[in-house]
Design a protein around this ligand. Sequence first.
Ligand SMILES: Nc1nc(=O)c2c([nH]1)NC[C@@H]1CN(c3ccc(C(=O)N[C@@H](CCC(=O)O)C(=O)O)cc3)C=[N+]21
Length: 312
Amino acid sequence: MSEQTSPETAGAKLIDGKAFARNLREQTRLEVTAFHEKHAVTPGLAVVLVGNDPASEVYVRNKALETHHVGMRSFMHMLPETTSEASLLKLIDRLNDDPEIHGILVQLPLPKHIDPHRITNAISPNKDVDGLGEVNAGRLSVGLPGIIPCTPLGCLMLLKSELGDLRGLNATVIGASNLVGKPMALLLLNEGCTVSVGHIDTKEPAALARSADILIVATGKNGLVKHDWVKPGATVIDVGITRVPTANGKTKLVGDVAFAEVAPIAGRITPVPGGVGPMTIACLLRNTLKAARMSVGDKGCKESGQKNWLPY
Ligand SMILES: Nc1nc(=O)c2c([nH]1)NC[C@@H]1CN(c3ccc(C(=O)N[C@@H](CCC(=O)O)C(=O)O)cc3)C=[N+]21
């Protein structure tokens, strides 16, 4: 990756998640071809969306397109907002039993009348490409191989490619969700970082953030992280993604980090858009390939080696 600086980002290097994700997808495409030649199996991903949140519909469409680009099959299920929990569970059962489907993703958040925990855990652990079910979450927490949630996995790939060995570094994760913050903290712990987790009740989040060599922010509060939250030279990974209106009546995506004031202080920083977002989708495709490999007991792949966490 080339050093990119601009007047607004003074010393900070932009971490180009978009370019990294493009390379990862290309690598995945080649591996999907080889996998198909060896096993005559095409990896298949089912994506389920309940309700019609316009932003979710865009992500879901992008996922379908990128799935095709890497040579996988995509199965879309767009269900009405009024779908009952029972009928969603029935669909998941069908997808669990369908041999053409190797990965199942149910887009979150779900409508209020559906218990997300029950849904996430209904997905077979072998097809849980979001890595959010109790089996995969538990395996991550005890240090066993499993399927790792896409966003934290993408963040870790960016960090390792930028910084190499992370052992001994101080990492602060702001946000403690099951989707990002908690698995991110566990991954960094497994990499040998000294990890702190800040959350809604943390008394001095700025001080906690300022102690970090690696700062990961996943709160959904746009512009939360100001210049005085960041240690000079730190690597900042912005997971937040919020659509805000602009002066000319359009909208744009912004992160949880106040980019213009933080970029001159940080050593490296991910932009929004073009940072973590594209990595999430690229990692979803990796996880789907991994699930397909597990389904045929492909011992020739790194994924079946019991020590290897990362799908590359
Ligand atoms: N079960 C589940 N798993 C998820 O992984 C999941 C989810 N539910 N619900 C919604 C969030 C959101 N999410 C994004 C993925 C990619 C981009 C992405 O590609 N963003 C582009 C910009 C896209 C655009 O311009 O609209 C970028 O940041 O550059 C964004 C957001 C996955 N999520």
